[in-house]
Design a protein around this ligand. Structure first.
Ligand code: MRU
Length: 367
């Protein structure tokens, strides 16, 4: 997608320098900073500390991290597996991370070590390209949902979409999942307006989704996380679209903390609640999201502090919470399938049920 008129992806390799280059999302929206990752350790830190974040983006970064691992492990499969485990342990909830690491291990295990460098680089590019093209297809499949809503409204009235967190292109390698149908509709000339949940504690909505939508010229409004239910009660939301970090094969969805509350409010107000996801987020072994999906707990300082731009133009953190009060910081929650109207995938839209998912993704045709 565009940044100041230039096309970017979130992560790519620079083989001549032996590095992986990423957009360091910690500095957005105030500064656009690229970071070079030269080692597996640096890659693990970048994922754990959220220089890169979002399901597809951390999957692709881990894929490239395995290229660095192939170079670092001096032909030792044991060392390669240790480095793979280091990457996998960085963030437990998003399925893409372990999916990409396992995919690389499966490629490398059948090759001789002198082939690892080339093969791992090729596979990491394939993972990143696939992520971008799957998200683009999610946009194509989601577009009729938005055009259908528009046809039922008066011509000028925008389709009102509410989204939570950042399931935009920054969270993938390109396009995004929840934002892909929005970008497709905007480019097709359908008037659209997005309610952007700020998404405490790290504010991925107000910082990243808002920045992305502005770069693409999509009208949007940032709202406090608690505002969605009120907007829904008053007819100001036509559809909710979120992303997913891990989807069970039965259609439960783990996404940024607070998503479940939006799904409950949408259900109560009869508003369609769609989840946009590439199949790389599907955990084929997990049938019960509430009990089976590991939920990452992050440091309490993300809750007790917030970062912003001072009037002097300095990016700075401040304390928000009564000194001495404990904090808790669950990073994700699970929305049960019964609250999900449908899943927008790279192969089309389906119900959030085991049967419907298996029809789109039969066991013999999964990546
Ligand atoms: O903790 P993050 O920022 O990595 O959270 C993941 C997400 O980006 C969201 O949950 C998103 O909506 C899922 S789709 C990538």
């Amino acid at each position: 997608m565009q940044v100041d008129g230039r096309l970017y992806r979130t992560v790519w390799s620079v083989p001549a320098k032996g590095v992986v280059r990423v957009i360091d999302q910690r500095h957005l929206p105030w500064n656009f900073v690229l970071q070079d990752l030269a080692t597996v350790e640096e890659t693990a830190v970048a994922i754990r500390e959220m220089h890169v974040r979002g399901a597809g983006c951390i999957g692709a970064t881990a894929g490239y991290g395995m290229w660095l691992a192939a170079r670092e492990s001096s032909g030792s499969m044991k060392r390669l597996e240790q480095l793979a485990a280091l990457l996998t342990a960085t963030r437990p909830t998003a399925r893409n991370l372990s999916w990409a690491v396992e995919r690389q291990l499966n490629v490398l295990k059948d090759l001789s070590p002198d082939q690892w460098d080339h093969a791992a680089l090729t596979e990491s590019k394939a993972i990143a390209d696939e992520d971008a093209s799957w998200c683009e297809r999610i946009g194509e499949h989601g577009l009729p949902l938005l055009s259908g809503i528009h046809e039922k409204k008066s011509r000028q009235a925008p389709v009102q979409v509410l989204t939570h967190c950042n399931a935009g292109w920054l969270a993938f390698t390109d396009w995004g999942s929840a934002t892909a149908p929005i970008y497709a509709a905007h480019r097709a000339g359908i008037p659209i307006h997005v309610w952007v949940d700020e998404t405490r504690p790290r504010n991925q909505g107000s910082r990243l989704t808002a920045w992305e939508l502005q770069n693409e010229g999509v009208p949007h409004t940032v709202i406090a996380d608690n505002a969605g239910g009120h907007l829904m009660q008053h007819g100001k939301v036509d559809i909710v679209i979120t992303g997913s970090d891990r989807t069970t094969c039965t259609g439960d969805v783990a996404n940024k903390i607070g998503t479940y509350l939006k799904a409950l409010a949408a259900h109560d107000n009869d508003i369609p609640f769609y989840v946009a996801l590439p199949s790389s987020t599907i955990d084929w072994e997990c049938r019960d999201g509430v009990r089976g999906i590991p939920i990452e707990e992050r440091g309490g300082s993300e809750v007790s502090t917030v970062e912003g731009l001072t009037h002097e133009g300095v990016v700075q953190g401040v304390n928000l919470v009564n000194p001495g009060s404990p904090t808790s910081n669950y990073a994700f929650d699970v929305t049960p399938s019964r609250l999900v109207t449908g899943l927008i995938t790279e192969r089309g839209i389906c119900d959030a049920t085991a049967e419907a998912i298996a029809i789109l993704f039969p066991p013999t045709a999964r990546r």
